[in-house]
Ligand binder design. Structure first.
Ligand SMILES: Nc1ncnc2c1ncn2[C@@H]1O[C@H](COP(=O)(O)OP(=O)(O)OP(=O)(O)O)[C@@H](O)[C@H]1O
Length: 213
């Protein structure tokens, strides 16, 4: 995927000021940079939730693949209230809404996708537990499973390891790597050097621009 001279921001301020970079397909790209550098903003641009003011994003296969035009965005875990009365299975099943429409019953295929996504992220044995009962790492993996259930080609994760301990971060890293190995392009924002080192590709944001490492 090619990012060409991207400008985006809020109000009168541009946060991204000419970001150009390549994001390799089927690999893990870590997005790093100081607080406020624009990592979430760039993820929002790729997700289509933050409008581009200038520049363009060209998916490598995008012109030919409708699925590539439907990225999955996994928001920061802190954006999900602990008290949300949802089981893990129901949370992951929400990822099928894009396919089924809201409140439509799940098909057998949908249920199979949900089950597989829970397995891929290691939360299958927690399927009937409430989100509020889970550890931070388990909840994060349930949210990643929800993103996966959308069957998008591009999985965007905003600081998936924020607030997690070393072991839980390692598990998230392995989950992300396994997802990319199945052909999904993964872009995740991170503050952890070890997590960035584990990625295939690192994009550093600073001063509104990007540098690949
Ligand atoms: N919805 C918004 N409205 C106005 N300004 C915003 C909005 N979202 C972000 N900003 C501002 O844009 C700048 C970049 O924010 P962004 O969240 O993209 O950075 P980040 O690199 O993800 O930061 P962090 O590491 O703290 O999550 C910041 O100055 C922030 O205050």
């Amino acid at each position: 995927m090619l990012l060409d001279d991207l400008y985006a921001g809020y109000g009168r301020t541009d946060v991204l000021k000419g970001v150009s970079a390549e994001i390799p397909e089927g690999a893990v790209t870590a997005l790093v940079g100081p607080n406020g550098a624009g990592k979430s903003t760039l993820l929002g641009v790729l997700a289509g939730t933050v409008p581009l003011r200038r520049g363009k994003v060209t998916p490598d296969r995008g012109a030919r693949s409708a699925r590539a035009a439907r990225p999955a965005f996994v928001v920061q875990r802190s954006a999900v209230p602990d008290t949300l009365p949802l089981t893990v299975r129901a949370t992951v099943a929400m990822g099928r809404w894009a396919h089924r429409g809201l409140w439509r019953p799940l098909t057998r295929h949908d249920r199979a996708v949900v089950a597989r996504c829970m397995e891929r992220t290691g939360v299958a044995d927690l399927a009937d537990r409430g989100l509020g009962e889970l550890s931070g790492g388990q909840r994060q993996r349930a949210l990643i499973a929800q993103g996966l259930a959308q069957e998008a080609d591009l999985l965007l994760l905003d600081e998936p390891s924020a607030g997690l301990d070393h072991e839980a971060r390692g598990r998230i890293g392995r989950t992300i790597a396994a997802i990319a190995a199945e052909g999904v392009t993964v872009v995740h924002a991170t503050h952890f050097a070890e997590e960035a080192r584990g990625a295939d590709h690192v994009l550093t944001l600073g001063g509104g621009r990007a540098a690949a490492v």
